[in-house]
Design a binder for this molecule. Structure first.
Ligand code: HAM
Length: 416
């Protein structure tokens, strides 16, 4: 049996780097006042069709939806922003001091074609600031994501930035773009042609040369922002300039979610190949209202954990220390088994990293095993009153009562 296509196991050897990412995220985001939130792995399907947008690829073809047995449709979460907005409303977080600053780390699900860096169950680390409308919040989230990628040693990053303005400007622009695409119908790929009415912006994403040539001359939304939106965007850029964060303006930046307003950003990395987007986000000032709440601004980001780890530096990981391995001189002696087993338990309760030799190795292979796991001491239990304690660094061995052994190891591991 194998794991389903597009999923993978996170084996013990990979846990350290993931734990490091979590620790760095907690430090970087925690220092800026973001607190962790966890939402369920599945939600009402409607949350995503209303939140992420019915015309998006995610909602149209990538959701794992199922009937809950009572005629309600549920969906494994494909992203975290809509669920967090739901939680903000459900828990009356508008009564807390604003903005409410949250971060999350968890797995998400999209029925995509798997390839390197693209999975059907993947992990995201993300942050959302809900309740603040000013451009400082946008810039802060971009800086925080940049710091996190830096801290993980993600190589060859590039930041692209755009503004989508507000939905009114956007729908006027959409009509203009649709008319432009219709005027160039023959030069477009069949796929783009089929989606003109549904989502004309996606034409900027197309890779075929015909469509790309048409799109090079297409009208750009960035040139048509309202005065307020243009001012907001100018301030975001000034804040990034002042912080010394390099970015490229990309008027064709498209992200596969419909809730964005104003600022939109994406970090990519050369180290990733085709799936180069390592993390991105933007402002979503209408989302909460769209989900039935009071008008509430918000901005956030999410980054792919697998992509951070693929593009990130190998971090020197110290092996977990083992203070003590408890082995037996004679495995057939029931009383010494009880003594040794209890000794390992007591040692752990005393705060030591202590392992009991579970596999039934001979004394000789137990010592080899102790070397392999880097144990500081090995206790060889002879009977309830006699044990030997071997210092694996010096090779010295002393005879003592099992009851005195823990204190000796504690003293020794504190000294070393
Ligand atoms: P997104 O761009 O769809 O944004 O996903 C964020 C990141 O998740 C991507 O940059 C990528 O690294 C990773 N990712 C997405 N799909 C996959 C996949 N199939 N396999 C592996 N990694 C993947 C969002 O999800 C928004 N909620 C971000 C956001 C937060 N916007 C505002 N706040």
């Amino acid at each position: 049996m194998q794991a389903p296509k597009g999923t993978y196991d996170v084996l013990p050897a990979e846990q350290e780097r993931r734990a490091l990412l979590e620790a760095r995220a907690r430090k970087i985001l925690g220092a800026a006042g973001y607190r962790r939130i966890e939402t369920p792995a599945f939600e009402a399907t409607e949350l995503f069709s209303r939140g992420v947008g019915a015309a998006t690829d995610i909602v149209q073809k990538e959701m794992y939806s199922f009937d809950d047995g009572g005629g309600r449709s549920l969906t494994l979460r494909p992203e975290g922003t809509a669920p967090i907005c739901r939680a903000y409303m459900e828990h009356g977080m508008h009564k807390l001091p604003q903005p409410v600053k949250l971060w999350y780390l968890g797995s998400f699900f999209r029925a995509e074609q798997p390839q390197r860096g693209r999975y059907r169950q993947f992990w995201q680390i993300g942050a959302e600031a809900i309740g603040a409308a000013g451009p400082e919040t946008d810039a802060e989230l971009i800086l925080l994501l940049g710091s996190l990628l830096d801290a993980m040693g993600v190589k060859g990053t590039r930041l692209r930035l755009a503004s989508l303005g507000n939905p009114e400007t956007r729908s006027a622009y959409r009509e203009q773009l649709t008319a432009y695409l219709r005027a160039h119908l023959d030069e477009l790929s069949a796929e783009v042609r089929a989606r003109i009415e549904l989502n004309p912006m996606r034409a900027f994403d197309a890779s075929d040369p015909g469509t790309r040539a048409v799109m090079a001359g297409a009208p750009k939304l960035l040139d048509q922002l309202s005065a307020d939106d243009a001012e907001h965007f100018a301030l975001v850029r000034e804040l990034l300039d002042a912080a010394g964060v390099p970015y490229e303006l990309d008027p064709t930046l498209v992200r596969g979610l419909d809730y964005y307003t104003r600022t939109l950003f994406e970090f990519s990395s050369d180290a990733l190949g085709a799936q180069s987007g390592v993390g991105g986000g933007g402002r979503y000032d209408r989302l909460i209202e769209q989900l039935g709440g009071q008008p509430t601004p918000g901005v956030g980001f999410a980054a792919g954990v697998e992509r951070i780890l693929l593009a990130g530096a190998e971090q020197p990981i110290a092996p977990e220390p083992v203070d003590l391995l408890v082995a037996l001189a004679d495995r057939d002696d029931r009383v010494s088994v009880l003594t040794a087993f209890d000794l390992a338990h007591e040692a752990r309760q005393a705060g030591l990293a202590a392992q009991y030799e579970l596999y039934g190795r001979s004394l000789k292979s137990a010592l080899k095993h102790a070397d392999r796991i880097n144990a500081r001491y090995v206790a060889i239990v002879n009977d309830p009153l006699h044990a030997s304690l071997r210092d694996m660094d010096s090779g010295e061995q002393q005879e003592l009562e099992p009851s005195r052994l823990i204190a000796t190891v504690l003293r020794g591991s504190r000294l070393s």
